[in-house]
Every structure is written in C-alpha cells, then in structure tokens.
Ligand binder design. Structure first.
Ligand code: T5A
Length: 212
C-alpha cells in the first residue's frame, strides 16, 4: 500500500522545524516507516537550488526565475525521493511543498495561479499531499521569532506586507481545500500548538484506517 504524504506549511518563523520533531515522534509511536524531508531541497541537486534561492544577492531575482527554480528542485525531489518512498509504502513528512509556491510566488509575488497550476501538473501529475498542517501566526510574531534564531535569508528580507499576502494565501488554500488542510494556531505556547497538531494527526489516522 502507498504511504501517506504529510506537509507542514506557514509563514516565516511559524515553528515548522520545531514541530516536525513532534510529528516524527508521533510517527514513531505509530510504528510507521517514514522519511522526513524539506523544500526547497531534499536531494543534493535540490539542496543546491535551495542555496541559490535563499542566498542574499545584489542581483534582483526575477519572479519567473524564482518560480521555475522552485519547481526544478521539486521535480528532482519528487523523482528521486518522494515518489519512490511513497511507492515503497513509507510515509513522507515534508517541510513545505507546492502550497508554499501558491502562497509565496502566487499570493506574495503576484504570479498567476493558473501558471503555477500548470507547472504543478507538469511536475507532479496528480500527486498532492494527503494532509497539510498550516501553522498560522501574525506575521510580526513569526518574523521576530525567525530573526532571533538566525540572520535573514533572501525571503526574510521582504517587507511585512509581502508576508501578510503570503499568510492570506495560506488561509485561502485552507478554505478551498478543507478536507486536506488543517490550520493550527501557532501563536499559542508550544504545548498547546502540539496538542492541536496531535488532534489533527489522530483524526487523519482514523480516517485513513477507515478508508483502508
Ligand atoms: N519558499 C519555499 C517559497 O517561496 N516557495 C516554495 O515553493 C517553497 C517550498 C525557505 C524559504 O523558501 C520559501 C519560503 C521560505 O522563505 P524554510 O527554510 O522552510 O523555507 O524557511 P522558514 O519558514 O524561514 O523556516 P524557518 O526554519 O525559519 O522557520 P520555522 O521552521 O517555521 O520555525 P522554527 O521552528 O525554526 O521556529 C522559529 C523560532 O520560534 C520558536 C523556536 O524555538 C525558534 O526559535 N518557536 C516558538 N516560540 C514560542 N512559542 C511557540 N509556539 C514556538 N514555536 C517555535
């Protein structure tokens, strides 16, 4: 049986990395084989693309180049890692995926949604995540958390308005796909955030078992 594909999303500093460890503990407790990965990245080539994308530079990166680099890394990641792992029956837990492209390049940069959908079809075919946890916090709190942790990368240099649009983009994604997406209030203390994540995971597990 094919494995399940879980993604975790949200704006900057929302707590994805922190909560991935918690999700891994849940997967371990269920005795599931899984692979934890991230985007951009996940293979040597895609990690190099990640470096290209995140590096601060004097040259202005054009929106189309940014979009195509995201999907170039994703194509490699899917081909080399995600598809084979799911095919072997293991689960995949991925820190960001195509929802990030709709939120950042679509809602944030203003690139056309139908263009992103076309690339999504070329690169992914019908593959979509089975469950997406969207961690949500006011932009300023996330940026503050992120800045306390490390120096800003190229995306984190953007203005607050950019991240407001990205946040709205994620909320729209969740509204349009409520079966797959669960919004988690990540402004709460970690223990409360993880309780909400746990409820979402158990509900997903129950419905997966039900559907065989
Ligand atoms: N991108 C990506 C696109 O534009 N398009 C795409 O298609 C894709 C895939 C890199 C960038 O790429 C862009 C989006 C990104 O800008 P990334 O590495 O996932 O993606 O970047 P970040 O969102 O910047 O990830 P971070 O690692 O910065 O943030 P996290 O993982 O969300 O946050 P985390 O866990 O490191 O937490 C930040 C701090 O907050 C604390 C933590 O201890 C940590 O110090 N914290 C809390 N504090 C209080 N209460 C809580 N509940 C807390 N939870 C965490």
């Amino acid at each position: 049986m094919r494995g399940k594909f879980i993604t975790i999303e949200g704006t900057e500093g929302v707590g994805k990395t922190t909560n991935i460890q918690f999700i891994q503990n849940w997967l371990d407790a269920k005795g599931l084989a899984y692979l934890c990965t991230r985007e951009p990245g996940g293979t040597p080539l895609a990690e190099q693309i990640r470096e290209l994308l995140l590096a601060r530079r004097d040259e202005l990166v054009c929106d189309t180049a940014e979009l195509l680099l995201m999907f170039a890394g994703r194509a490699q990641h899917l081909h080399q890692v995600i598809e084979p792992t799911l095919g072997e029956g293991a689960w995949v837990l991925c820190d960001r995926f195509t929802d990030a492209t709709y939120a950042y390049q679509g809602a944030g940069r203003g690139m056309r949604q139908d263009l992103i959908a076309e690339l999504e079809l070329i690169v992914q075919g019908s593959l979509r995540p089975d469950l997406t946890l969207i961690l949500d916090i006011p932009v300023e709190i996330g940026l503050k958390r992120a800045s306390e942790r490390s120096a800003p990368d190229r995306f984190e240099q953007e203005k607050s308005e950019f991240f407001q649009r990205v946040r709205q983009g994620y909320q729209d994604i969740a509204k349009n796909d409520p079966e797959r997406c669960v919004i988690i209030d990540a402004s709460k203390p970690l223990v409360d955030v993880q309780r909400e994540i746990s409820i979402a995971l158990e509900a997903f597990w129950f419905s997966s078992e039900e559907s065989g």
